[in-house]
Write a protein that binds this ligand. Structure first.
Ligand code: RP5
Length: 194
C-alpha cells in the first residue's frame, strides 16, 4: 500500500515539450504512464524561447524529486540535452518530427529532415552529459522506459510490466490466428480498410 501511494499520488516523472504543437506526439507518453497509474507533471518549456525557464525547471525537477524527465522536442531539439546539462535527473529524449499545422501553407508542414534533425540533435550529446533517446515520435516508448526505471524502486510496477509483456504476447498470437484463419488478403483489407 505504501508503495502504491509512493508512485501514484505524487508526480515522479516530469514530461516537458518545446511547444504546444509537440503535445500531439507527447500525449502518448502520458497515456502509458496513466495506464500504469504513475503520476506525471506536464509542462511546456522551450530551450530556445524560454531559456531561463529551462534552468528553473531543472531545479524544480530536483526539488520535486522527479526520478525521470521525459523531454520531447522537434527540429533543432536542444531541450532534452540542455535540461540534462542542468540536472542529474536522467532524461529520456523524444525526437519529434515537426508537423506544423499552425501556418497557412500546405507546402512546409513537415520538418525538412523528417525527424532526423531532432534525433541527431538529441543523441549526439558530448561525453559527460548523456541523454538517451527513443525513436522519432516514439513518446509511448519513453513512457514505458521511464516505468522500467521506476520499477527498480517499486516492485509492484515490475509485476505490472511483466503482465503488460504477457498481454502483448497474447495479442500478437490472437492476430496471427486471425491472419491464418482469414488468409492474408482478407485479413489486411479488414484490418486496414479506411
Ligand atoms: C521546437 O520547434 C519544438 O519542440 C517544436 O517541435 C518545433 C516547432 O514549434 P512550433 O513552431 O510548433 O511552436 O522547438
Amino acid at each position: 500500500m505504501h508503495e502504491l501511494v509512493a508512485y501514484s499520488k505524487k508526480p515522479l516523472i516530469g514530461i516537458i515539450m518545446g511547444s504546444s504543437s509537440d503535445s500531439k506526439v507527447m500525449h502518448s507518453a502520458a497515456v502509458i504512464l496513466d495506464e500504469f497509474s504513475v503520476k506525471h507533471e506536464d509542462q511546456i518549456v522551450s530551450a530556445h524561447r524560454t531559456p531561463t525557464r529551462l534552468s528553473d525547471y531543472a531545479k524544480h525537477a530536483e526539488i520535486e524529486g522527479f526520478r525521470v524527465i521525459i523531454a520531447g522536442a522537434g527540429g533543432s531539439a536542444h531541450l532534452p540535452g540542455m535540461v540534462a546539462s542542468h540536472t542529474i535527473v536522467p532524461v529520456i529524449g523524444v525526437p519529434i518530427m515537426v508537423y506544423n499545422d499552425k501556418g497557412h501553407s500546405d507546402k512546409f508542414k513537415f520538418s525538412a529532415f523528417g525527424g532526423l534533425d531532432s534525433l541527431l540533435s538529441i543523441s549526439e550529446m558530448p561525453t559527460g552529459s548523456p541523454v538517451v533517446t527513443v525513436g522519432v515520435n516514439k513518446a509511448a516508448n519513453a513512457g514505458l522506459y521511464a516505468i522500467k526505471i521506476l520499477a527498480n524502486e517499486f516492485p509492484d510496477l515490475k509485476k505490472k510490466l511483466k503482465k503488460y509483456k504477457e498481454e502483448q504476447h497474447k495479442s500478437i498470437i490472437r492476430e496471427s490466428d486471425e491472419l491464418r484463419r482469414m488468409g492474408l488478403a482478407r485479413f489486411t483489407s479488414k484490418k486496414f480498410k479506411k
